[in-house]
Structures are given as structure tokens and as C-alpha cells.
Design a protein around this ligand. Sequence first.
Ligand SMILES: C[S@@+](CC[C@H](N)C(=O)[O-])C[C@H]1O[C@@H](n2cnc3c(N)ncnc32)[C@H](O)[C@@H]1O
Length: 316
Amino acid sequence: CSPQMADDSVKSEAPAQQQQDNGDNKSLQMTASGNGETASENQSLSKRQRKKLLKQQKWEEERELRKHRRKERKQQRRLQRQNHQDEDGVDTQSARKRLCREVTPSSLRLIVDCSFDNLMLLKDVCKLHKQIQRCYAENRRALHPVQFYLTSLGGQLKQSMDEKDKGWVNWKDITIKTQHYSEVVAKEDLIYLTSDSPNVLEELDEKKAYVIGGLVDHNHQKGITFERAKELGIGHAQLPLGSFVKMNSRKVLAVNHVFEIILAYLEKGSWQEAFFTILPQRKGAVAVLDETTAQEKEDKDSDSDTDTPEQTEKKA
Ligand SMILES: C[S@@+](CC[C@H](N)C(=O)[O-])C[C@H]1O[C@@H](n2cnc3c(N)ncnc32)[C@H](O)[C@@H]1O
């Protein structure tokens, strides 16, 4: 897996112009600090160079002053924060934040089934690892977090987690098992989410445990989760994508998108909103309603007798 790009931008203290002039200044510094620095040498500098030199000296002289001012500003900010605390010592700002975000955990169980580890190349396992990290982070900040399970954890995925994200052992509000999900949850509670199922999910049942296939396969393992669900004799269903969105690509979504759609549905109570909030733009999702309206408009336009022969020709 390639490491994530770190934001290594560093704010410089120097004014923009000074940064631009770096090249020049280097040569100036050499002139100014060389062994034989004299006033006459300084005089041999051009007016522009002298001005630059003076500016740089001033910048150096004021370094301490700037440091002092920074400290003062920091102190002021700290005082302001303290003033926010009301008489009872309650930090009103964070109390307000908490009020705005009343978290009510859902009893719905959402399982990522990691039993396909040996079917994936390492680069795809790394992608799956990132998708799982995303699911975890989104669930932690959701208004209605689900009961998150990872089952059949082992092999390349666990190795990737151990190597690149040791902190996973301290993850909270998640159940991580090496066992298969069928050993963890009663069969009658299980519903496998799979785009190949003929059943379309209408709503979510918070008493059920929904399973997402932990798989990044670029559609090479077509129908594998549907087959597994049938073999095991458990329920299965596809997301109701077709009823709400028209997409310019396949309706097979990534693990984290399915996970986030479930979280969004629990929060908004609408599939349409959930799909449009989560689906990536490159999937080209368009509301089915919008499509119908566009089609109706087109039909109306072509019925219209105000069309000039030229327009009619263009449409044809
Ligand atoms: C990248 S897909 C894997 C596709 C794989 N070929 C299969 O047979 O499931 C990852 C998982 O997301 C879930 N998923 C993706 N699209 C879905 C949809 N439209 N409806 C329900 N579940 C979906 C499924 O659980 C699927 O296993």
C-alpha cells in the first residue's frame, strides 16, 4: 500500500516578497557578511540592493518582537476561551456542540465479511483496509452509529492493519472477530447485501444484521456474495438504487459507500437523500424522478406544434 501524502507545508514567517527574493538575498547576505564587509562595500551596492538589505536587517531585528506578539495573541485567545465558561464552570461552547449533535446509537448490526482475503491481490487488500478505516471513522461520527462488526479477520488484511495502523487494536464501538459471521450472529437475523440479489431492500430492520462483502475485486468475482448467501441459506437483498437513481456505471458499490449509505439512511430516513449524499460524482447518479421529468419535457417539446421545420429536423 502506498503511504498517504502528508501535508508537509510549513508556514514561513518571512513576508511573501522576501520569500520571492530568496535567490537575491543569498547573494546579498554573502556580500554583507563576507569577511571584508565595510560601509564602502555597502555603498557599492545598488540602491535597490541596499533597500533589500535594510529590509532584511529590520526583519531580523524584529524577530523577538514578533515572537512576543505571538505569545500575547495566544494568551488572549486562552483568556477568551476561559471567559466562555459560565459561572458553574461549564464550557458553554462545547455544551452547545454536544446539544447540536445528539447521538442515538442504532441497534442495527452492520458486518463487513472479511472472508475473501485469499481472493484478493495485496494492492486490493490495501484498498479494502482503507475502506474499512473509512467505515470506522464515519460510524464514529454518525448521528445513529450502527453496531459495527468485522468478521473473519485474518490473512493479508490483518497483516496490513498490524503494519500500517497499529492503533486498530484500540478501536472503540466495534466487534472484531476471527470467526465467520455465521458463527457470531443467528442465521435468521442475517441479510447479505449483494447487488445480484433479486430482492430489493425497501427499508432497514434495526433488529437485523446486514452483511457487506469485504471485497475489492473490480467485478472479477461476479455474484460471489450472492452465491455464498444462497449456500448458507440466509436472506439477501440489493440496495434500492434502481428505484431512486440512474447511474452511468454498474450498480456495484464499494464497501464504504454501502456502509455510508446505510448510515445516511438511518439519519435521513430517505434512500434518495442517502444515495445522493454518498454516491461519488463519477458514478454519474441522476434522480429517477429528474429523468422522468426530463423525458416528459422532451415528449412535450416534440408534441408541440410551435416547432419550426428546422427544429423538427434537428430532433430527428
Ligand atoms: C465491491 S462490492 C463486491 C462485489 C462482488 N463481486 C460481489 O459479488 O459482491 C463490495 C460489497 O458491497 C456490497 N454491495 C455493493 N453494491 C451493492 C448493491 N448495489 N446492493 C447491495 N450491496 C451492494 C456487497 O456486499 C458487495 O459484496
